[in-house]
Design a binder for this molecule. Structure first.
Ligand SMILES: NC(=O)c1ccc[n+]([C@@H]2O[C@H](COP(=O)([O-])OP(=O)(O)OC[C@H]3O[C@@H](n4cnc5c(N)ncnc54)[C@H](OP(=O)(O)O)[C@@H]3O)[C@@H](O)[C@H]2O)c1
Length: 441
């Protein structure tokens, strides 16, 4: 068996790659003292060789990532390029050559995590990706290992710092969505094109990865229905606060059948989704402010657990990547790989059958009989009203409803019915309300 330092290749020298390379170069002794494993940086691949790379010896930098991966001396490949290609081809090539791979690439994993895990399993090597969900927060390893025997019922996370920052600013300072987004962009929390974050694509990829690990099944980003935050109005946030709730963008992965019966049967139905929701102020996730992330896990035996921390940023993310590199390097020297998880096809619970309480905000004409007409539509669709508040606005009025638990399909049909009423001007805010009488079938 080989001895000596484990040789590590890093692909990508951007926010995360540069932070990781700096630790590998400056703290190799500390890492060895803390972890018992010696790491040696074998090389770093970049796209543009003409850029200045402060602190990285020029001899270690190459623009030929493929050759670096194929270097027989490289034992662990760290993919920090992002996106699908060339990351996919490089990861496949490394795994096929029997090299352990560490990646932070949620896009790649949410597209073909199961196939890559199968390839790693065939090659008997590790594929580790702690940093792909919620940056510095260790959530993948706890789900995969610490909770390996736990019948996980639900994983619910604030996994996108940009949207959490925007919603926090809207709720704490009364900013409108556009203002809060502009502030996030100014502070570097949001990209110039914020679509991936505010429309929920980023959170959907992470939800797919969380669901795959929590329920050992094959979930892809495109399987995840998503709603973003662009339609959340300051009025909804103010109402939420008045009613004792905060609005958060949640990535939810839950098991629906057998949920209360210990281990669900193989092939149990799951729901994986991303949407804004009203959370009771007392819920642990409600206290997660600004750009922070947190993941809340409900286990059948363990009860409730929460992990909290920085979900992005070069250094925090590199910390999670380094943990994986150490793990992979230890396994390389012991000649083993972490256990391959069983993966079955995912069976999705129909979205229409999901059940939760709802908040609806409707602008109506202020005429006699309006309330009766609106209440009839609710009744016709089996959506029972828990509370209603009316705010007069001259010829118009705003009605704010909280419903009891209802089928999502019925609520959507009810909203269509409301929209078709002459007296309804506009159906504004529509948010699921989580709480005591939670959305269980
Ligand atoms: N940033 C975060 O906070 C964060 C958090 C969690 C997960 N992640 C994930 O971590 C990964 C890296 O993110 P990042 O923010 O560090 O990205 P980034 O700043 O955009 O850096 C990407 C790096 O990849 C290099 N690259 C591009 N094409 C290449 C190619 N063909 N061959 C070799 N290198 C190539 C670029 O080279 P040049 O320098 O020459 O342009 C750059 O150094 C992504 O998967 C991302 O989703 C990031």
């Amino acid at each position: 068996m080989k001895t000596g330092p484990v040789r590590v290749a890093v692909l990508g020298l951007g926010n995360v790659g540069a932070a990781l390379v700096s630790v590998l170069l400056d703290d190799a002794g500390g890492i060895e003292a803390r972890s018992g494993v010696a790491l040696q940086l074998a090389g770093v691949a970049v796209n543009d060789l003409t850029k200045t790379r402060a602190g990285v010896p020029a001899g270690l930098v190459t623009a030929d990532a493929k050759a670096l991966v194929e270097d027989p001396g490289v034992e662990v490949v760290v993919e920090l390029i992002g996106g699908l290609e060339p990351a996919r081809a490089l990861v496949r090539s490394a795994l096929s050559a029997g090299k352990a791979v560490v990646t932070a690439n949620k896009e790649l994993l949410a597209a073909e995590g199961a196939a890559l895990s199968a390839l790693a399993g065939q090659a008997g090597v590790d594929l580790l990706y702690e940093a792909a969900v919620a940056g510095a927060i260790p959530i993948i390893r706890p789900l995969r290992e610490s909770l390996a025997g736990e019948p996980v019922r639900r994983v619910m996370g604030i996994v996108n710092g940009t949207t959490n920052f925007i919603l926090s600013r809207m709720s704490e300072s009364g900013l409108g969505y556009a203002q809060a987004l502009a502030e996030a962009q100014q502070l570097g929390y949001a990209e110039r094109d914020p679509t991936a974050d505010v429309e929920g694509h980023d959170a959907a990829a992470k939800a797919a990865i969380l669901a795959s690990i929590a329920f050992r099944c094959d979930v892809h980003a495109e399987d995840v229905p998503r709603e973003g935050i662009a339609r959340v109005d300051p009025v909804d946030i103010a109402f939420a606060a008045q009613l004792g709730y905060v609005v958060k963008l949640l990535a939810v992965a839950e098991r629906l059948d057998g949920a209360d019966a210990g281990d669900g049967p193989p092939g149990a139905e799951i729901s994986v989704r991303v949407h804004p929701a009203m959370l009771p102020k007392e819920h642990p996730l409600a206290a997660v402010r600004g750009a922070f992330n947190a993941v809340f896990v409900e286990g059948g035996r363990a009860g409730e657990l929460m992990l909290y921390g920085r979900g992005a940023g070069g250094e925090p993310t590199a910390s999670a990547v380094l943990g994986d590199v150490v793990d992979a390097a230890r396994n390389v020297r012991s000649g083993v790989a972490g256990p391959a998880l069983p993966v079955s096809p995912a069976h999705f619970h129909p979205a229409d059958d999901l059940r939760s309480a709802w908040y609806l905000n409707i602008d109506v004409l202020d005429r006699p009989g309006v309330l009766a007409a609106v209440a009839t539509v609710f009744g016709d669709h089996a959506v029972s009203i828990r509370s209603m508040e009316q705010l007069g606005m001259g010829d118009e009025a705003r009605l704010v409803f909280l419903t009891h638990i209802a089928r999502q399909g019925d609520v959507m049909a009810c909203i269509d019915g409301l929209r078709s009423l002459d007296v309804v001007e506009h159906v504004g805010g529509m948010l699921r309300v989580l709480g005591d009488e939670e959305d269980r079938p």
